[in-house]
Every structure is written in C-alpha cells, then in structure tokens.
Design a protein around this ligand. Structure first.
Ligand SMILES: [Zn+2]
Length: 129
C-alpha cells in the first residue's frame, strides 16, 4: 500500500484516521488556497490536505453537500467518516462561521466587532463570550 500523507496542513490532524478524507470542489479549494499564496511544492500529493474544520475556517463558512464532489470518498454512508463530515454531507446550506480570535499569520478581513460605549460612564466594557 502506498503511503499517502493525510495530515491536515493547518492542525496536523490525521484526516484519514479521523474520517475526514474528502474531496471538495475546485471552487471551494480555490477559496481555501488562494493562488497567489501557492508554492510549487503545494502541488505535490498530500501538501494541500485540510480537515473539515480547517477548511471551513479558511473559507469562513461551513461546508454543505454541494461543496463536495461526486467522488466515492464523499459518500455519506462511507464507513468511519466523522460526525461533522457526515453532517456537512447532509447539509443543504452552508453557514457563516463566527470567528473567534484572529487566525495566525493572516490579515484580518473586515473590521473587528466592537461595541462603542459612551465615554465617561466609568463602567467596564462588556466582554463578549
Ligand atoms: Zn485541520
């Protein structure tokens, strides 16, 4: 059996072991891997592996059924797939992900959400979360 690298590039999760070995459509993959950031070595096998969670983090939304290709690996009845992968395969719509903190090494898109409070109230800021 050939050894294939199946570790998530972002978090190191063994996607095959975790049951998150899937093929996303090109447009999804393009979002997750902006062409201007790709190096030639990225095209080697196993260099662009992401788990569900990290792929979703990169594209800023959850995956849904239409984000997956028709490949056999994306079968919802496949043995051993993770719960979250199964739920994504069954999802009709994708939902935006609420970001917590900012991802390392990437510029923040959009403005951070903060509540503007009236000056001089003397009260503490309300921290969310
Ligand atoms: Zn990951």
């Amino acid at each position: 059996m050939p050894e294939i690298v199946t570790q998530c590039c972002d978090c190191g999760l063994g996607t095959n072991v975790a049951g998150e070995w899937f093929v996303a459509k090109d447009k999804v993959w393009d979002e997750a891997w902006p062409a201007d950031r790709l190096k030639s070595w990225h095209y080697l096998p196993g260099q662009m592996v992401l788990c569900i969670g990290c792929l979703e983090k990169r594209i800023g939304r959850t995956l849904c059924a239409t984000d997956f290709t028709d490949e056999m690996v994306n079968r919802i009845d496949k043995v051993g797939i993770s719960d979250r992968m199964r739920s994504r395969l069954a999802a009709d719509v994708s939902l935006p992900i609420r970001k917590r903190g900012r991802p390392k090494g990437s510029k923040n898109r959009g403005k951070p959400r903060c509540r503007r409070l009236t000056k001089g109230t003397g009260s503490d800021f309300e921290a969310e979360g």
